[in-house]
Design a binder for this molecule. Structure first.
Ligand code: UGA
Length: 437
């Protein structure tokens, strides 16, 4: 199939690369000329395991190219995907101005039938707006169908998620458009669910909010574990073994972050309010998520007494491992909070240093070259992102480097017993603290 993707951000780029890899001809379009030039020169603006190789392989095979012209994309494809940002506004409402603008731009260059697919995460009923807009601005009266096809990939394992999806959701009223979409996804051999557009749009917000709810649920349980002497990991295993519940997304921590869950939960709350059916359960999900970070900070304060002038090392800046994305990262919020309280913070992240340096919130932190450099002279170590390499560090050496061996593990990455045997004061989430005599 000939496909164009408008928007070469995270979703657009990964989707374009994977579509090309299964044999489609793909043009990735972006209005950022510098980004398009970089991509044309083989430079990939984001870190995602495996992405660079896939892009290079498909560019070489002439199945993938980059352009800054929507006209070029629309002219040369049967199917046009929209994958532009839908950022949050302060009141939680989604800013749909990029979707609206791209809809007008597509309408402007539309001469023959095209399937216009929305892949960006949007509120229910956006498809109706896109349809109206294209009709209004498409003066030549070219035929088109609008489809909602939400994306479920996770950063850090995006290629795997895209290549092996649990399901593909296609929302459309047009059988012809559905048939073309099925051809696009045939090589992925995944279950396909066909719905109306509104249901497809709602599925995305409902799915992300449910996953966020699972995280807040286990985080609320972690608080009960902490005060009752139970172990949240064991509780998560015990409830997760029930297949109706499942163990995934039951990892307690410092709260969910990233560019999706916080935004999508807020958006879903806003939409349900607007529709006159307030989704109060999600307000609680949001509240628990914020509390989890505050509880962790309180644990640090209660242990260290005063943060002012304390030397604190933080491992992790990204919102999760295997990405360089620091947007809405709880790790960044923690560093910011400790800096505000007067602590001297040194940070290290395997991939998040470059993007982290651009953030005002952590500008006063010291960016170190390695995890061991970061802990030199530290009075406490905070683990804020569960990068697997942090678990494999020689903690005997870490202890030697630190002034006082106190660890706050916000992701339950390490084993409490081992840390105790090494002589650390070890605190984690929803598990008993280890204090050596
Ligand atoms: C999420 C969804 O998982 C994807 O299915 C969806 O496509 C994507 O949003 C999106 O809407 O584009 P993502 O935000 O990339 O993906 O990453 P997740 O792996 O879901 O992690 C989100 C946050 O939840 C992270 O901060 C992570 O640390 C936290 N988390 C996750 C937990 O605290 N506990 C868990 O058990 C799982």
């Amino acid at each position: 199939m000939d496909i164009s993707i408008i928007g070469s951000g995270y979703v657009g780029l990964v989707t374009g690369a994977c579509f090309a890899d299964v044999g489609h001809n793909v043009i990735c379009v972006d209005n950022d000329e510098a980004k398009v030039k970089a991509l044309q020169a083989g430079r990939i603006p984001i870190y995602e395991p495996g992405l660079e190789q896939i892009i290079h392989r498909n560019v070489t095979a002439h199945r993938l190219r980059f352009s800054s012209s929507i006209r070029e994309g629309v002219d040369n494809s049967q199917i046009v995907f929209i994958a532009v940002p839908t950022p949050p506004q302060p009141n939680g409402e989604v800013d749909l101005s990029f979707i609206e603008k791209v809809s007008r731009e597509i309408a402007d260059v539309l001469t023959d039938y095209r399937v216009i697919v929305d892949k960006s995460t949007v509120p229910v009923k956006t498809g109706e707006r896109v349809t109206e807009t294209i009709k209004r601005y498409n003066r030549r009266g070219a035929k088109f169908d609008v489809v909602s096809n939400p994306e479920f990939l996770r950063e850090g394992c995006a290629i795997h998620d895209l290549m092996h999806p649990d399901r593909i959701v296609i929302g459309s009223q047009s059988q012809h458009a559905v048939d073309l979409m099925k051809k696009v996804y045939e090589p992925f051999m995944a279950p396909i669910l066909v719905t109306d557009i509104n249901s497809a749009e709602l599925i995305k917000h409902a799915a992300n909010s449910f996953l966020a709810l699972k995280i807040s649920y286990i985080n609320a349980i972690s608080a009960i574990c902490q005060v009752s002497g139970a172990d949240v990991e064991k509780v998560a295993d015990g409830i997760g073994m029930d297949r109706r519940i499942g163990r995934q997304f039951l990892n307690a921590g410092i709260g969910y972050g990233g560019s999706c869950f916080p935004k999508d939960v807020a958006a879903f709350i806003h939409i349900s309010d607007q529709l006159g059916v307030p989704f109060t359960l999600l307000q609680e999900v949001q509240r628990i998520n914020g509390l989890q970070k505050e509880r962790f900070l309180k644990l640090i304060r209660d242990t260290l007494w005063v943060l002012r002038e304390k030397r604190i090392a933080v491992w992790g800046l990204t919102f999760k491992p295997d990405t360089d994305d620091v947007r809405s990262s709880v790790a960044v919020e923690l560093v910011d909070a400790m800096l505000r309280e007067g602590a001297h913070v040194s940070v290290y992240d395997p991939k998040g240093m470059e993007k982290g340096r651009e953030l005002k919130a952590v500008a006063d932190a010291k960016f170190e070259k390695s995890p061991l450099e970061a802990v030199k002279g530290a009075e406490a170590l905070v683990i804020a992102t569960e990068w697997p390499e942090f678990a494999n560090i020689d903690f005997a050496e870490v202890k030697k480097q630190m002034t006082t061996p106190i660890v706050f593990d916000g992701r339950n990455l390490l084993n409490p017993e081992t840390m105790g045997e090494l002589g650390f004061h070890y605190h984690s989430i929803g598990r008993a603290s280890v204090i050596p005599r």
